[in-house]
Structure formats: C-alpha cells, structure tokens
Design a protein around this ligand. Structure first.
Ligand code: FHN
Length: 436
C-alpha cells in the first residue's frame, strides 16, 4: 500500500513539474509569488502604437504589404503625436479597472518608442522627440498601474534579421543573427535598466531564424538585470502560445484573440483587441460592452488574465469610443470587481450561460444569459451552500439536492451583461476540484 501512495505522490509532483519549463535553471525562474501576484491583477491594457498609425494599417504586418516598405520606414519622419498624454492613457486604463499596462516599445517594424543609443530608428529622430516609454513608465508609477513592455524578437527592418517582410521564405544571406541578438540584448538592457518594467511581453518567436538557444540566453540575461521581471512564453522558439510545458520557455501562456481553457496549474493571459486591428484603424469595428465584460468574466472564470488592446490614433489620443467602452467596463468592475480581482477561476468551465470565480468560502456565479427562471449548477460533492445572494443585491432562493445546486433567478437580472450571484459555502471554494 505504501508503494502505491508513493507512486501517487510521484505522479502528482511530476504532473505539477510537467507545466514548468526544463530549459531554464530553476534557480533563476520568476518566483511563484511574483506570478501569483500577476494573476491576481486579472485585467491589463495592451497598447499597439507607432508611426504606422499615420496610414491606419496594421503595425508591422502592413510593411511591404499594404504600405511599400520604403514608405512605411519613413513614416517616423512625419510622426508627431502632439496630443499624446501619458497620464491620459494611464488614467483611461485606471478608469477601466485595469491594473497593468503593456506598450509596444518595439514591434516587428523595428521602430523604438524610447530614446535608444542602440538604434537611430527611434522616437527621438521623429518630429515628436519625446520618450514615450519613459513618460508611460512615470505615469504608471504615479497612478499605481504596473508598467509592462512589449518587445518583438523579430524585426523586419533590421538588416541583421534574415527576413524583411511577413511571410518571407528566403533567408537574407547578408543577415547576421549573432549581431541581431547582441543588438536585442543592448535594447533590452536599456529598457530594463531605465524603465524597470514589471513584465516583458515578448512576441514574434515563430519565424525560423529564432532559436530556443537565443531565448534561453535572453531570459537568463534579463534575470541578471532584474530577477523579478515576469517573462511571457513567447521568448523561446515556438508558435504554440496557448500553453506552457517542459520545452516551452517563459513564465506564463499567452492565448491570443481567444479565451484560454480553464487551467488551475499554469498561469495564462489572453490578449485580445477591443476592435479588430491591433494598431489604430479608422472606423474599425468595436466590440460591444456585452462582449467585453463577458470576455473578462470568462477569462477570469478560466483562471486567466485579460490583456485588452487599444490602438491610439496618430495624434496621440485614444479614440473616444474606445475610451468610453473601457470606462463602461470600469463602471461594471466598480460594482462587481470583487468577483474578478484576486479570485481563482472555476470550479465550473465557463460557458455561454455562466462562468464561476472563487475566493475564500465564496463562489461567484457570473450569469450572462437567463434561459429560464432557474440556473442549475453541476453537483458539488461534500459542499454545502450556506447563503445565496446577488452581489450588491438581495437574497437568491436556492435548493441543493445530491450536490446539485438550483438557483431561482429573479424576474429581472440587475446587469444585462453579467449579473453576479454569490454562494457562501461551508468550505474553502478554492479547494474544490474542477468539475469537468
Ligand atoms: O504579430 C503580432 C501582432 O501584430 C500582435 O502584436 C499580436 C499581439 O499578441 N502578436 C503577434 C501575433 O501573434
């Protein structure tokens, strides 16, 4: 019997380790407490911005495709976003209920939004001559928002990177990846030493020139600069961003434009656009408030974070309709934030009718749609509901038989996008196994 229990223990810990990369010395990996703190934040602002907004096409991807490369590469000479106001951007994030902000300091077009001594292709050589990254870092500190930096490992503008436009197959023989990686390390050193980001959001790791060995070198290098910086799973050579694993480098998974699967073991963050395009596009379609709030709730219900993207305009402003949508999300979070921040996802898998989050002895049921006057939840064994009530509202009648919980929904739910019902339990809700 004893050997059997040893086997169970071994299997448990091996599956826990399964989710951890084995490409990095465990001694330098980001501490679990730092990652737990990151996951408590639940909601961040992603910002894709650069001279390409002058054309309203996609950052990086439109270079040499929708916009001739030479035209694209000279846009910085016209880039003069005189209405840029870092405090306004950060206050927009704060008013949305966002807890961190990630700026594309360098995207695939190679343009740098900070005064770099490494590359002249930077904001100080545009008419604007303002350290955008530095001002955002300062504004985030001022408003208690964690400052994060997006940095691409592919750079179609740099002659030392072997590809110079999306979809290129033939390697540029004049390119030199060793020099390219050295340039990257110098740029990262400037960013970490000058702006002290909470997290580095790498991207562009799917093209063949990028190798795991470069990612391991960069991850290790960053940890020497600042052991606490969180690093996502797009630093190694992989195109599967939705998960972690022994061969995947990085601290957390990054599903994109979709809500990640319920996962209680590995940290993950969905990145998604509030419109369609990452960078600003005139008259781009804007997501409804219902879709925005339910995306956040389903992401939290899956035990993940949501990094929600805005694309500021060429004059430096976040367009009013995007700012208004974010403010509406913030208004919802003012009422229901306790069911999102510092919660865990589950134990039920999110669906189109409801999602669940939990904290202590409270189970939060996010009701998206009222199909009938009753909401029947899957059975919870050895768990008793002591009390049920609408968050910020009245009591909810309920029955529990053989573990199955039936909630009597009110004639009118208080919030058309996501009404939250609290179930106070006789046990720690966070210890309930996921109901598959
Ligand atoms: O190519 C980029 C894209 O432009 C955008 O930055 C997204 C954001 O996660 N990441 C890459 C596509 O996966």
């Amino acid at each position: 019997m004893r050997s059997f229990s040893y086997l169970i223990i071994f299997l448990f810990f091996s599956c826990q380790l399964k989710a951890q990369t084995n490409l990095i010395d465990p001694a330098i990996k980001t501490p679990k407490a730092v990652l737990d703190n990151f996951m408590d934040q639940r909601f961040g602002m992603f910002i894709h911005w650069g001279p390409v907004t002058l054309r309203g096409t996609e950052i990086g991807w439109s270079r040499g495709i929708n916009v001739p490369a030479d035209d694209y590469d000279n846009l910085y000479k016209e880039f003069n976003p005189v209405l840029f106001n870092a405090d306004e951007w950060v206050k927009t994030a704060k008013d949305a209920g966002m807890k961190y902000l990630t700026i594309t300091a360098k995207h695939h077009d190679g343009f740098l939004l900070w005064p770099s001594a490494v590359s002249d292709y930077n904001i100080m050589n545009s008419p604007y001559k303002v350290d955008v990254v530095g001002l955002l870092a300062a504004a985030c500190k001022k408003y208690d928002i964690r400052f994060c930096i997006y940095f691409t490992v592919l750079d179609w503008h740099d002659p030392n990177y072997p590809f110079h436009k999306p979809g290129q197959k033939n390697i540029d023989a004049k390119a030199d990846m060793k020099k390219f990686v050295l340039t990257m390390k110098s740029e990262i050193q400037e960013l970490v030493n000058n702006y002290h980001p909470y997290m580095l959001w790498f991207d562009g790791n799917w093209e063949s020139p990028w190798k795991n060995e470069y990612g391991i070198d960069i991850y290790t290098y960053i940890k020497k600069l600042d052991p606490k910086v969180i690093i996502n799973n797009r630093i190694g050579a992989n195109s599967e961003h939705t998960k972690l694993g022994p061969e995947i480098l990085g601290d957390y998974a990054t599903p994109e434009q979709k809500i990640g699967a319920l996962n209680m073991n590995d940290p993950w963050e969905t990145c998604m656009t509030i419109c369609n395009q990452w960078a600003w596009k005139p008259n781009d379609s804007l997501k409804s408030l219902k879709e925005c709030i339910q995306t956040l709730a389903k992401t939290a219900g899956g035990n993940g974070n949501l990094l929600f993207n805005v694309g500021p305009m060429p004059d430096g402003r976040i367009e009013k309709r995007q700012a208004t949508r974010l403010k509406e999300m913030g208004n919802w979070l003012k009422l229901y934030g306790e069911s999102i921040y510092k919660t865990k996802g589950g134990p039920f898998k999110p669906n189109e009718i409801y999602a669940a989050t939990r904290k202590g002895n409270k189970l939060y049921i996010h009701v998206f749609d009222k199909k009938s006057n009753e909401l029947i939840l899957p059975a919870l064994h050895a768990v008793l509901v002591r009390k049920a009530f609408l968050l910020n509202g009245g009591a909810i009648n309920y029955q529990q038989a053989a573990g199955v919980i039936t909630l009597q929904l009110p004639a009118q739910l208080p919030d058309q996008n996501d009404s939250v019902i609290v179930l106070e339990l006789n046990t720690n809700a966070e210890s309930i196994p996921v109901i598959s």
